[in-house]
Design a protein around this ligand. Structure first.
Ligand SMILES: *Cc1c(COP(=O)(O)O)cnc(C)c1O
Length: 378
């Protein structure tokens, strides 16, 4: 079955009791069992599992070509459950350019568990090869990365991790399985913040792990989630399931808009550089062309004139909101350096843009007026 069809139907069997085409939301926290705890329909207590979450997990596994999925209350709950499952004394390689939550987890929390995270340039497979070995038990990829849109070669790095007996984890939030399926390229586990494109409407938080194999690691993390409790609510599982029905359709519109916005920005006098893997001069363009169906709708750009000019552009936008997060229908912009805490990692002249599903002409007009207004001497 093609991806678009799976997205509409996976986990979507009509309700057995009523024939309802839209799935019911089971809010029950507990399920009747026999006197000795015998399960009647497979469920016991909501923290362990529930029917609405089961539907979502079935759909997520199907869309990522995995054997099993686990839903979590947030992307960070999914990410930390996976990384904290590594044995004490492990080392994990993480991308130098990555989601801020991963960097904070790596700096502040993983060391408490005896796990050392080492930042490498995952855009360069040779740099990953050089850092492998010893007690490196896993490599974490985020491709394209946040906020600089660096591209990692998933298949090449999967060959390396396999040769070293390490696991390959891939944060697929930016690309989504509509554009990129890391498990098919050799990754062991895919992580998602479903808060972004899966939900798709900036109104539901969630996270997920999808496993290539329903084996020990899956069982271990399912047990961890049950005990540590980073679970999704049934209502949020339902909203996410509803969001993923339109994921392929939204992604193709998102990508078409992003391409036009990137091309516009790339030729603008007030823009020093654009990071978008769909542009032919992007250093990851060839790899992205190989491993992605399209280039996504996240981009970042460097404003000529540095921090003040970047803030002026962000401040002049009328249609595009200044807000964090991404993947919703509405376009959002953010000066990342301003929100990354006291030691920002992002360049001061950089703005990150989540291109929404408005009309590209309107987005370009808004960016154009803001870039012009910011360039006026005040
Ligand atoms: C948002 C995001 C996360 C964290 O997910 P939450 O749902 O906010 O906890 C992780 N990785 C990437 C790439 C993200 O964009």
């Amino acid at each position: 079955m093609r991806f678009e069809t799976l997205a509409v139907h996976a986990g979507g069997e009509p309700d057995a009791e009523t024939g309802a085409i839209a799935p019911p939301i089971h809010l029950a926290t507990t399920f009747r069992h026999g006197p000795a705890g015998e399960r009647i329909a497979g469920f016991e207590y909501v923290r362990e599992g529930n029917p609405t979450q089961d539907r979502l997990e079935t759909a997520l596994a199907a869309l990522e070509q995995g054997e099993a999925a686990l839903a979590f209350g947030s992307g960070m709950a999914a990410m930390s459950a996976l990384l904290e499952s590594l044995p004490n004394g492990s080392r994990v390689l993480i991308p130098r350019d990555c989601y801020t939550g991963l960097r904070v987890l790596a700096l502040e929390f993983l060391p408490l568990r005896g796990i050392e995270a080492v930042a490498v340039d995952t855009g360069d497979a040779a740099a990953v090869a050089a850092a492998l070995g010893g007690n490196v038990r896993a490599v974490w990829l985020e491709t394209p990365s946040n906020p600089q849109l660096q591209v990692a070669d998933i298949a090449a790095i999967a060959t390396l991790t396999r040769a070293h007996g390490a696991l390959l984890f891939c944060d697929n939030t930016f690309a989504t399985p509509a554009l990129q399926q890391p498990l098919g390229l050799g990754a062991d586990v895919v992580m998602h913040s479903t808060t972004k494109y899966f939900g798709g409407h900036s109104d539901v938080m969630g996270g997920a792990l999808v496993f290539a194999h329903k084996a020990d690691l899956y069982e271990q993390i399912a047990h961890r989630r049950h005990v540590t409790g980073g679970v999704l609510s049934p209502f949020n599982a339902w909203l996410t399931l509803r969001g993923l029905r339109s994921l392929p359709a939204r992604m193709s519109w998102h990508c078409a808009n992003a391409r036009r916005v990137a091309e516009f920005l790339a030729t603008h006098a007030q823009v020093r550089a654009v990071n978008y893997p769909g542009l032919p001069d992007h250093p990851g363009h060839a790899v992205a062309t190989r491993q992605m169906r399209d280039f996504g709708a996240m981009l970042s750009f460097h404003v000529a004139g540095g921090r003040e000019a970047a803030l002026a552009v962000a401040g002049q936008l009328k249609l595009i909101h200044n807000a964090t997060s991404l993947g919703g229908c509405e376009s959002l912009i953010e000066h990342r350096a301003s929100v990354e805490g006291p030691n920002p990692f992002s360049p001061q002249d950089l703005l990150r843009l989540s291109v929404g599903i408005e009309h590209a002409d309107d987005l370009i007009a808004d960016l154009d007026q803001a870039l012009r207004a910011a360039a006026q001497p005040s």
